[in-house]
Design a protein around this ligand. Structure first.
Ligand code: FAD
Length: 415
């Protein structure tokens, strides 16, 4: 069995337990799939593939602690929380992922006061190779290792999240020259709950996004404006431009220049998850590196040089985000305030030389690649980037000595 094998889709924890135990007895390795939204081969399998799509969705709430099944999608989770007056404190750009897929890869949003999504988790229940379940909570070695566990600790059957009362965000988005943003970076990061920007290659311009908590839903975005900006301009028109750039590479530079000017300023208020997560219909491939915050300027300078020196054009903006230091041993933000630089390329256009050149710069600056996005660094370089890597590997071996939840991706990291 492998990536072409059909998914096994158990309908209960006991059926899941029988499935995993049978695989273990037969010496077959097991990989659980989330929504399949990783760019790296982290979800690839050389054994049995399990999907939790048919497991029941039970939501247990105790105060602001919410326990959900590991296979729930963020979209469903956001709606379940909203209906109970609760929310996740922060989110990434989309909501198609499962909660476990997101936390296992260190998925994050932006905001100097927030770690990655795994830092909102307080407990996990894992189903291990012998079919039994084990629970662990924040502060225990198993938890600190398994919460960003790359799918290598067992099947995550439930996740307990520390939520917050539902909140409203005021979103302010505006085009800006790059330099004033870099000059005022510290204030922008510290002065906003969630700050990020997109840099348009071949230009000195960015689109700035500032999301801040407010008490009133006083500036709703008219439906036509949301459609125009988020669906028509950001997806339909931009996607058409990218397709032209794929056929006529000379079109990429004007596309970036026009895109940098076409997005206008807008301010609106909406429920948090409606601001954080938007539809991304334009297909792309991506690599993202987490860096020590102080290294951002140098990384961006190097990136400009890389882009200008490529034998092919880049037809996609670069996203820059910020997170607080957090605890999970393999979190990209472990132990340090981070800046994230995400480089993209439109699907079907060359990307590997671009990503590899920028990766060299990031690694030299102490960068850590997002586990769910493309990267090429050796296991040795990756292990060196995480001070608790050896502890992570030891805890993994303790809970799964036979390596049932290892995979080609995990082997490469450990070897
Ligand atoms: C359009 C797009 C936008 C994105 N935006 C962001 C963003 O804003 N921020 C960010 O940080 N990342 C972002 N990502 C990356 C994405 O969040 C991660 O790759 C995430 O892992 C995808 O979740 P998934 O459910 O698809 O998991 P998959 O890719 O299917 O799996 C990821 C890992 O989780 C493991 N896994 C899944 N479920 C379980 C389970 N129940 N038990 C044990 N292991 C399990 C898998 O085995 C695998 O190792 C984006 C990706 C795309 C395609």
């Amino acid at each position: 069995m492998s990536d072409s094998a059909p998914f096994v889709t158990p309908e209960s924890v006991s059926e899941l337990s029988d499935t995993v135990r049978t695989a273990t007895d037969r010496g077959i390795r097991v990989r659980v799939a989330g929504s399949g939204h990783s760019f790296s081969p982290i979800a690839s399998s050389d054994g049995m593939r399990i999907a939790l799509t048919r497991m029941p969705i039970n939501v247990e709430v105790v105060g602001t602690s919410v326990t959900v099944p590991g296979g729930i999608t963020l979209n469903r989770l956001n709606r379940e929380l909203d209906s109970r007056g609760l929310a996740l404190p922060n989110l990434g750009d989309i909501d198609a992922q499962t909660i476990t897929g997101a936390i296992q890869t260190g998925t994050h949003g932006t905001g100097a006061g927030f770690g990655g999504l795994a830092s909102f988790v307080s407990a996990l229940t894992l189903l291990t190779a012998d079919g039994s379940t084990v629970s662990c909570s924040r502060g225990e070695p198993l938890f600190d290792a398994a919460v960003v566990g790359l799918g290598a600790f067992g099947v995550v059957v439930s996740v307990t999240l520390e939520c917050v009362p539902a909140f409203i965000l005021r979103a302010e988005e505006r085009p800006s020259p790059l330099q004033p943003v870099l000059d005022g970076l510290d204030d922008l990061i510290a002065g906003n709950d969630h700050f990020e920007f997109y840099w348009f290659p071949y230009t000195s311009r960015v689109q700035v996004k500032l999301n801040n908590r407010v008490s009133e839903l006083d500036t709703p975005l008219p439906g036509w404006r949301r459609w125009l900006d988020d669906s028509f301009l950001s997806n339909t028109v931009f996607g058409a431009g990218c397709r032209v750039a794929r056929r006529v590479p000379g079109f990429a530079r004007p596309l970036m220049r026009v895109s940098a000017r076409a997005l206008s300023a807008r301010t609106y208020t909406a429920t948090s998850h409606e601001v954080f997560c938007t539809a991304r219909r334009v297909r792309f491939t991506e690599m993202e590196y987490g860096l020590p915050r102080a290294a951002l300027g140098e990384a961006l300078k190097g990136l400009r040089g890389v882009v200008e020196g490529l034998p092919f054009p880049v037809a996609f903006p670069v996203e820059v985000r910020f997170t607080a230091s957090d605890e999970p041993w393999l979190s990209h933000g472990h132990g340090r305030d981070s800046a994230y630089v995400a480089v993209h390329q439109f699907v079907g256009m060359p990307h590997e030389p671009y990503f590899r050149e920028f990766e060299k710069i990031c690694l030299d600056l102490g960068g850590r690649p997002h586990w769910g996005k493309m990267h090429f660094a050796s296991g040795e370089r990756l292990r060196a980037a995480y001070p608790r890597f050896a502890d992570w590997a030891a805890e993994r071996d303790r809970i799964d000595p036979a390596g049932v939840f290892r995979s080609p991706f995990v082997d490469r990291l450990l070897s």
